[in-house]
Design a binder for this molecule. Structure first.
Ligand SMILES: *Cc1c(COP(=O)(O)O)cnc(C)c1O
Length: 669
């Protein structure tokens, strides 16, 4: 196709709001922010075709990081607010904390996610693009992101409102399309934005449509609806954020002329999409509509299931809409339950790991036959470090075409006796670890010392402070078995008081440490994000995962780690329960009774920290037999486990996951 025609067709399909020619440098000829424009035009055409079975994927959050994979580039000057800020460090080497900060100088992650759910949605969409699936993803343009975490010395986390500039974020473009959502108190107008998620290998894209209420003529109240992700301090904000996603998403798809066959609700947040589609339908049509919806549940935690009073719904929605909610989503207590609603209106329901399925079967016995499971995964192109991509590339006979087919990683086991592979594997790991040491140079991180990391959302069931539970025990391990470097990171939801308490506790314990810093380093990093997540999960020796079973529906950060041969120390929960036959580290801790949904309030801190320390002693001992002051014992069992990590990654990735969604859930295989 001729270049000019391509550009014309793009502008006819995508109504870019660019009255001042802002984007003329970035969208020209056959170029879209440094990527091929043709892929965009193809995707836009397919979504409007009458013959394809297109999928709309709805999610409240998307974890997409330009610094890790979505390498769109812009000629526009990057607004400084779109750079990762200088982050503080809190450690037991307080002098360094006082004088230095972390300078990453990367572009900010697209700030529309809070944690694992968003990262999974981002990884899913990237994989859909790799698979060239006709998909439109729907989300919200959070004008103030989630929040920026500031450490307030040792007193804990001070959440700061974050500012960023969508107009200069590479690849993100505002459209002329404005849609109207009619609600009882007032109409809300939403501007549509687009961000194209590219597959670099397969030259295909999935458009992500983002909804934004921060426009005229909305009232200030309405403008605030898309300000901050997961505002929960006010029931109407919470409700209306969900209404925006569902109603807004359906209107947006109509306005863009997309022809959607399957609506995928990534969490019940988006279930109002069904309500919007159901208007004016009789019984038969409603049944037919149900065959078009599928629902993925992501949490067994009580707070993860949204409930609303009908009185509150009635203040916002019209009667026809609340009638449908009453019919499909009213629980025995009389509340509207979005999980129940989602299950009742969906043709396929899935949990996100085998363990999670078992819990859901207990939580929702009458849906037992319908609840399947598709274990989560991580996107290899995003999370496999360059060092490891290069390493696999050097053994092409074993890892044939591993980029297109990560399942081939299972063959790593064949190289167990290959001395050259064992050595190069270690070197690749040390090279990754060296990157972390460089970033933390001022904190004197040493690449020949045992390094373990806990980094994730700070929520009670994840037990962020378990490894610090008995500091004197930790000190003894460091003195008697070998030096320890411990890295901790994570944000607590601003309204989660318990989460705050954990961060306080962590900082306070680190502050009080008097142990020789060369023996025990504990470093707490501010503002955990995707680029830190990638660096940490690929570079430490051991990834620590200690949720209280059975509350981790899946968890994904450990999957990022095994893809980079980082060993696991983990309780048996979420995805890990499907890998206990693999020698990928140490499993420990409380096991819940399979017939019950568990007790979130009993965290088993004493018993489980004891088990954690025993596992730690074994791992540290083995580590120092493997790495003796930089001298490698390449016959060590440690290397066997690193290899087993890689072969296990053959299963826990989004290619396997999307294959299963195609077969079991979307039924397009
Ligand atoms: C991977 C990731 C998560 C999810 O980690 P879990 O192990 O599922 O808790 C959260 N936040 C960031 C920034 C991540 O990269």
């Amino acid at each position: 196709m001729k270049k000019d025609n391509l550009l014309d067709e793009f502008y006819s399909l995508v109504q870019v709001d660019d009255s001042d020619g802002h984007y003329a440098q970035d969208i020209r000829d056959n170029n879209y922010f440094g990527m091929p424009l043709e892929a965009v035009v193809k995707a836009e055409r397919r979504l409007r075709s009458q013959t394809e079975r297109c999928i709309a994927y709805f999610s409240m959050e998307y974890g997409l990081a330009t610094s890790c994979y979505n390498k769109l580039s812009s000629q526009l000057a990057l607004n400084p607010s779109n750079k990762i800020p200088e982050n503080a460090v809190f450690s037991n080497f307080r002098v360094a904390d006082y004088f230095f900060a972390l300078h990453q100088n990367n572009i900010l992650d697209l700030p529309i996610y809070s944690g694992g759910l968003g990262v999974l949605a981002g990884d899913t969409v990237k994989t859909m693009a790799d698979y060239k699936l006709p998909v439109a993803a729907i989300g919200i343009l959070w004008n103030s992101g989630y929040f920026r975490q500031k450490f307030w010395f040792k007193y804990g986390q001070a959440p700061e409102k974050m500012r960023w500039d969508p107009y200069t974020y590479p690849g993100l473009i505002p459209l002329k399309n404005i849609i109207k959502i009619s609600l009882k108190p007032e109409d809300v107008y939403l501007r549509l934005w687009k961000y194209y998620v590219y597959s670099y290998q397969h030259d295909a894209v999935v458009p992500l449509i983002l909804l934004d209420s921060n426009i005229e003529p909305n009232s200030q109240r309405a403008k605030n609806l898309t300000d901050q992700l997961y505002r929960s301090d006010n029931v109407f904000l919470k409700l209306l954020q969900r209404v925006m996603l569902g109603f807004g998403g359906v209107s947006a798809l109509n306005d863009l002329g997309y022809n959607i066959d399957t609506y995928h609700l990534n969490e019940g947040h988006a279930v109002f999409a069904f309500i919007a589609k159901s208007r004016g339908m009789d019984k038969d049509k409603l049944e037919a509509l149900k065959s078009k919806f599928v629902y993925t549940c992501h949490t067994p935690v009580e707070a993860g299931h949204d409930r609303f009073f009908f009185d509150d719904l009635n203040k916002v929605l019209n009667k026809e809409d609340t009638d449908i909610i009453e019919r499909f989503g009213k629980e025995r207590s009389g509340l509207a339950n979005l999980t129940l609603l989602s299950m009742n209106i969906s043709a396929a329901i899935n949990a996100v790991s085998h363990n999670h399925q078992k819990v859901m079967h207990i939580q929702f016995p009458s849906y037992k036959d319908q609840i399947q499971y598709v274990t989560n995964g991580v996107h290899p192109g995003t999370w496999m470090s360059q060092e490891f991509q290069d390493l696999f590339g050097k053994f092409p006979e074993t890892f044939v075409d591993f980029k297109a087919n990560p399942m081939i990683l299972s063959r790593a086991a064949e190289l167990k006796r290959n001395a050259d592979f064992r050595l190069q594997l270690w070197q690749a790991h040390q090279s990754n670890k060296n990157n972390l040491c460089k970033l933390l140079e001022k904190w004197k991180l040493d690449k020949n010392l045992f390094t373990i990391c806990w980094a994730r959302r700070v929520a009670a069931y994840k037990r962020p402070s378990l490894i610090l539970h008995d500091i004197s025990r930790l000190v003894r391990i460091a003195q008697q078995v070998g030096p320890l470097q411990i890295i901790l990171a994570g944000k607590a939801h601003p309204n989660d008081n318990l989460g705050f308490t954990y961060i306080n506790e962590m900082l306070d314990k680190v502050d009080k440490l008097n142990e020789d810093y060369d023996k025990l380093k504990i470093i707490v990093l501010e503002n955990y994000d995707i680029s830190l997540g990638k660096l940490l999960s690929s570079s430490v020796d051991v990834w620590l995962n200690n949720p209280l079973p059975p509350f981790e529906a899946s968890g994904t950060s450990g999957m990022k780690a095994i893809m980079n041969a980082v060993l696991q120390m983990s309780t048996v929960d979420g995805w890990v329960a499907e890998a206990t036959d693999k020698k990928i580290g140490a499993f420990f801790g409380y096991k819940n009774n399979e017939g019950s949904v568990g007790d979130e309030s009993d965290l088993h801190m004493n018993a489980d920290s004891e088990e954690l320390y025993c596992a730690l002693e074994r791992m540290v001992g083995l580590y120092y037999k493997t790495n003796q002051n930089g001298k490698l014992n390449s016959a060590s069992e440690w290397i066997d486990m690193m290899i087993e990590c890689i072969s296990t990654a053959a299963k826990f990735n989004t290619y396997r996951m999307v294959d299963q969604y195609k077969q079991q859930i979307w039924k397009i295989a």
